[in-house]
Design a protein around this ligand. Sequence first.
Ligand SMILES: [Zn+2]
Length: 443
Amino acid sequence: MAAKISVFIIVLTVICLGVAGFYFFESTAPLISPVHVPKSLGKNAHLQFDITDKGLGLKLLTLKIIQGEKTAMLPPKSFGSISPFKGSGILKITEGWDVSPKELGLREAKAKLCLEAMDYSWRNNTTLWQQEVDIDFTPPIITPLNAQNYLNSGGSGMVAFKVNEAVSQAGVQVDNLMFPAHHLPDKPVGEFATLFAIPFDVSLLDVFFIYAVDEAGNAGRAGINHKLFYKKPTVDSINISDGFLSRKMPEFSTRYPDAAGKNNYDTFLWVNTVLRKENNAEIAQICSKQTQEMLWRGVFMRLPNAAPRAGFADERHYIYNGKEIDRANHLGVDLASLANSPVPAANKGRVVFAGYLGIYGNVVILDHGMGLFSLYAHLQKIDVSVGQLVEQEAIIGHTGLTGLAGGDHLHYSMLVNGVFVNPVEWWDPKWIQEKIYDKLAVR
Ligand SMILES: [Zn+2]
């Protein structure tokens, strides 16, 4: 009997030790996967890792940066145990560290990032992850390549510049607008060009510079030599007749529930203010995705045999029964030809919008690359579809009077990065040569 009990106790002990060995002495070390680790660390950096463990869970994470003799320790992250036999139970965690290398006494040179993860196994399985990084506190140096820039309010501009190191972001800032830089394939590495817009209502540039941010997050700036010519928009009075309202307003009250049930006069005010704003926001949104490559070549084409009816940025005063009821700036050029005239693409580009767009009626928008777009409004008929690449002069639609148009005409707009610009500049071969191609020094 006693022998049987001893055998039973021995077997039980072996099983218990086996189980304990499996859980408490397991030998699988944690796994470290970097989520965000920049190649260079600037004054402030953020590092993030995914750490997983099998068994009793994670116990301790230690991050240090070693540079020569110096070791900078970051605050360790430890995880308490649920009970002496259960470990922390944390099998997967995402942890981040804010690192300020300068405050840690590190200098601008190579360094090694070391992250150690230890688990709750009684063996204390530990994984060491290491990676070399550059410590860099110096902002990039930007060299503008154009001596002088003559700009017009409501106009476009191009600047070329060089940056002495790899960048994560670069471009031109005009007040609170950012225009991204593009690298041209025929240019050396580190050389960029940015197409930008000066909004029509800007008469003085308070904030206007080239910016570049390196991979460590250091930001550099360079001023742009310029002369800005401001032209006050032409004032134009537009008579709103009851005939116009009864002809045009049903189009909007049918399409927009917000305009339904209003009388024609109130519908007009809603269309001219609320809808106009919404439509322009949608256009800016459409133009926020752009082709990097410059698809256009040379001068832009104007609707053939067409008379100008309204100019860019014209300040329109809307008059009803002899009283001014509203104001808006006209962000394009109106061109009138024969009714239903074929509309050619002003230059090579990709169709990014083809459909109905409120006050603009039936619209086609072409992406010409580098942030440049052209827009064709009030079309009777659209002859292209989204995604299509069209050559200059390809017929994309026919003129009409859809949207807020009193008569058959083409409303032609151009935009840089979603900002409306004066198309007249882009029709002028001398302007294109001097203000675009000479700046890029490509022909
Ligand atoms: Zn127009």
